[in-house]
Design a protein around this ligand. Structure first.
Ligand SMILES: *[C@@H]1O[C@H](CO)[C@@H](O)[C@H](O)[C@H]1NC(C)=O
Ligand SMILES: *[C@@H]1O[C@H](CO)[C@@H](O)[C@H](O)[C@H]1NC(C)=O
Ligand SMILES: *[C@@H]1O[C@H](CO)[C@@H](O)[C@H](O)[C@H]1NC(C)=O
Length: 795
């Protein structure tokens, strides 16, 4: 008694039981009924079981009492005496899980009060299905959960007891979970790993079964939501992205867009992009937009620096799982580099004598662009004697194509143009200065083919005659001209004793005074030499023409000069007027007017008897000789030349008018000579005869000669002057014109050199101004006769 399950009603029930027990020790009834009987179901016939008849029942007012306020489960049917259920009895609500469920009912009879305790044992019926607390069990399991993990499920409840209670569970078949259940617990065991990305939610039906018959079951849906674990790294759509980009692309140019997906969700699936590690020099060239994965240009793209980029890109999800791909960016070339021309070597200066084809420089051409953009063509301007010859690779040789001449062009400005084959092509130019070095290839050249200098004789030593000049276009010392006289002789003396030339200026000076009568012209060679090594030279003739000055008085050859002569001409008494009596012969070493002699009688014994030919010097009788005329006649004859001022000489002529020398006893008186010996007289006579003969002979010969000449140039009528026809034939060429200068028209004169008392020819027109002596020997024509005379005179 006093079961705790009934703890609330227990004390009362206990007290009542105590009273009743005393009186109905024998009368307790017990029934078994199944729960959930319909109302008014008969539990048992209590009247009968107590031995009471129906009347008694009603008379004694039988009634069913329950302890306290307890529900009335039973009642008594007074008409039949049956104990009936007055309502449905649910064992589970009445007794819960107690193994036996007894409802104690008291049947109270009055008159006398009698109490019978009736125990109604309520038998369990499988009237309850196992039941889960909820219809849906929601579970969240992280997908990363390890296999074998257990997840408890609240057990199902079955109000029934015993066999009717939950006996087992069944889990809907699936690949992930298995069920582990015993009487104490129900657990889901993770048999395979979850993958949210494959299945992010599953509904499992868990069924609890009891053991009743018929079996009852209750089920619950277990909704398993797979929680994401960041178990998926982002995945790029391609392992390698390829893009191509022209160089010099402006900033912000999109290059390519990479994309990666992450199967995870939420933060775990939030992909951000980044560039992986790239070398320092490529930093800042590209950036990637973190959210979109778009790669853009942020730096300078120079194909020539780098033609391709390989950039690792990284995709990262929110919790840091990463994956990588590669972006290969090929840079395409743009013709953005002009060719660069550089001089590898260049001759500082090229000797002008280099042969065509000589390499004078090496040029290198670089174009940083590639392919056609880097193909370069090189050229130089036209009109220079150079060309470019392609050599290995980008090298060109600058070679000469022709002969150089520094004197024509000394510097070249060569423009080298390099053009690439890009589109549009780029080009650049380079100027190269080349200078041509001098070679001593030009001899000095005189301004004139020959020079002539005219100088009057008796010049002052040191006077300037003329100047020569020569030009040499070469450079510096190669073109510096130095003048000098070529060694030679003039009249047997070295030229340097006649002339000197100023080495620098080319001015020619006379070293000594010239004497026209000694020579009239001479030639020297002046050499102009440059200072090159070896030197080049050229020479020129300088003809020096000495012009006459009236510096010689006429020289009277016959008769002997005054005071020295005792010559006497015989004049026949019978001489008629106009007869040639004698002739004054004079010469003048000068020439031309200076030698143009005129004869005058300045004094005579018998004026009017004799005349003298002004030019011929012939003394003629002017009238017939008369007896009254003195036998001895004395004439003083002046010979004047025509120079300015004129010079003159005088002589005395003794004339003896007689037919016979013997008739002239006074003759001796005429002589001043101390040696008045007989021998002397004979000698004089012989001399006079020889002279006369000689003169006649000369005149005849000369006359013959002149007659043979077409143009006899007689200076004097019948004079002894030697006509120009006898001059050496080259005389006429003295000044190269073929025309004789007037001053030279009178060329050769007989003279008695004052120094030598000899007959001498001064033949200065000979080129080499040979001394007269030599001329005489050479000109055998008419020297021979003189030779005799010479000797005879000398003796
Ligand atoms: C060479 O030519 C360049 C360009 O044509 C010019 O600038 C330079 O003055 C020239 N030099 C000479 C020495 O002529
Ligand atoms: C002169 O010419 C020679 C070769 O003939 C050369 O070597 C030298 O350099 C030249 N002198 C000058 C100043 O140019
Ligand atoms: C002077 O030059 C000419 C050629 O110009 C040459 O024939 C001659 O031999 C030279 N004379 C001397 C003396 O050098």
């Amino acid at each position: 008694m006093g079961d705790k399950g009934f703890s609330i009603a227990g004390p009362i029930f206990f007290f009542a039981s105590f009273i009743v027990t005393l009186r109905i020790a024998h009368g307790d009834l017990s029934y078994n009924i199944q729960e959930e009987m319909k109302r008014d179901s008969v539990i048992g016939n209590i009247a009968k079981d107590l031995g009471l008849d129906l009347r008694t029942l009603s008379s004694r007012k039988a009634r069913i009492d329950f302890d306290g306020s307890r529900k009335r489960y039973c009642d008594i049917n007074m008409r039949t005496g049956d104990l009936i259920t007055s309502e449905r009895i649910d064992r589970e609500s009445l007794c819960g899980k107690k193994p036996s469920c007894v409802v104690q009912v008291d049947m109270v009879l009055q008159n006398p009060l009698d109490l019978h305790r009736v125990s109604v044992h309520i038998q369990d019926v499988n009237d309850n299905s196992p039941k889960f607390r909820e219809n849906l069990i929601e579970m969240e399991i992280r997908e990363s959960t390890e296999k074998g993990s257990r997840f408890s499920i609240e057990q199902a409840h079955d109000a029934d007891i015993g066999q009717n209670a939950v006996q087992r569970y069944e889990l809907q078949k699936n690949d992930i979970f298995i069920l582990a259940a015993d009487s104490n617990k129900v657990e889901l065991v993770l048999e395979n790993k979850l993958d949210r990305e494959r299945q992010k939610e599953m509904n499992l039906l868990l069924t609890a079964l009891d053991g009743g018959s018929p079996q009852r079951s209750g089920s619950v849906v277990i909704r398993v939501t797979v929680l994401d674990a960041n178990d998926n790294a982002p995945v790029f759509s391609q392992a390698v992205y390829k893009a191509s980009l022209p160089e010099n692309s402006p900033l912000d140019t999109p290059v390519i867009k990479v994309s990666a997906t992450d199967a995870d969700e939420g933060v775990n699936g939030d992909v951000t992009y980044d560039l992986g590690h790239i070398s320092d020099d490529n930093m800042n060239v590209f950036t990637i937009e973190h959210k979109t994965g778009e790669i853009r240009v942020t730096g300078v793209i120079d194909f020539e620096d780098r033609s391709s980029f390989e950039i690792p890109v990284q995709a990262k999800d929110g919790l840091g799982l990463k994956s990588y791909a590669k972006v290969t960016i090929e840079i395409t070339d743009i013709n953005d580099n002009a060719p660069a021309v550089s001089l590898e070597s260049l001759s500082n200066s090229i000797p002008e004598n280099v042969s065509p084809g000589t390499e004078v420089g090496i040029i290198n051409v670089q174009d940083r662009d590639s392919e056609n953009n880097g193909q370069v063509r090189c050229s130089i301007q036209h009109g220079v004697p150079f060309k470019l010859v392609p050599s290995i690779k980008n090298y060109y040789s600058l070679v000469t194509t022709g002969q150089l001449d520094r004197e024509l062009v000394s510097d070249y400005n060569i423009t080298i143009t390099a053009t690439d084959e890009g589109s549009p092509p780029l080009s650049s130019t380079k100027s190269v200065q080349l200078s041509v070095a001098d070679i001593n290839d030009n001899p000095p050249v005189f301004d004139e083919q020959s020079y002539s200098a005219y100088v009057s004789e008796n010049n002052k030593p040191g006077s300037t005659l003329c100047s020569v000049s020569a030009r040499d276009p070469d450079w510096r010392q190669n073109g510096t001209v130095v003048y000098s006289l070529l060694a030679g002789e003039v009249n047997g003396a070295p030229v340097s004793s006649y002339l000197s030339v100023n080495g620098d200026t080319g001015v020619i000076h006379a070293v000594r005074s010239f004497d026209y009568e000694q020579f009239r012209s001479f030639k020297v060679y002046v050499m102009a030499r440059d200072n090159g090594s070896p030197p080049l030279s050229s020479n020129v003739t300088v003809s020096v023409f000495i012009s006459d000055v009236n510096d010689n008085s006429p020289q009277i050859l016959y008769p002997s000069p005054e005071g020295n002569s005792f010559m006497t001409e015989l004049v026949p008494k019978a001489a008629h007027g106009g007869s040639l009596v004698s002739k004054v012969i004079a010469v003048d070493a000068d020439s031309g007017q200076n030698a143009w002699l005129s004869y005058h009688i300045v004094k005579s014994t018998e004026p009017g008897l004799f005349t003298i030919g002004v030019h011929s010097g012939e003394i003629r009788t002017q009238r017939d000789i008369s007896d009254s005329d003195s036998m001895k006649q004395n004439l003083v004859v002046a010979v004047k030349d025509n120079g300015q001022p004129s010079l003159s000489a005088t002589c005395s002529m003794y004339l003896l008018i007689s037919d016979n020398l013997a008739e002239v006893p006074e003759l001796k008186d005429l002589s001043y000579n101390e040696s008045n010996s007989k021998l002397t007289s004979y000698l004089i006579i012989a001399l006079v005869s020889v002279s006369t003969f000689f003169l006649t002979f000369i005149i005849i010969i000369l006359g013959l000669r002149f007659c043979r000449r077409r143009k006899p140039r007689l200076l004097f009528d019948g004079a002894v002057a030697i006509p120009s026809g006898y001059l050496p034939p080259n005389y006429a060429d003295v000044d190269g014109t073929g025309t004789l200068r007037s001053t030279y028209n009178y060329d050769a004169y007989l003279t008695t050199g004052s120094r030598t008392s000899d007959f001498k020819f001064v033949t200065s027109y000979n080129d080499n101004t040979l001394p007269a002596d030599q001329t005489l020997k050479k000109s055998s024509d008419f020297a021979d006769p003189f030779e005799d005379l010479d000797t005879s005179l000398e003796t």
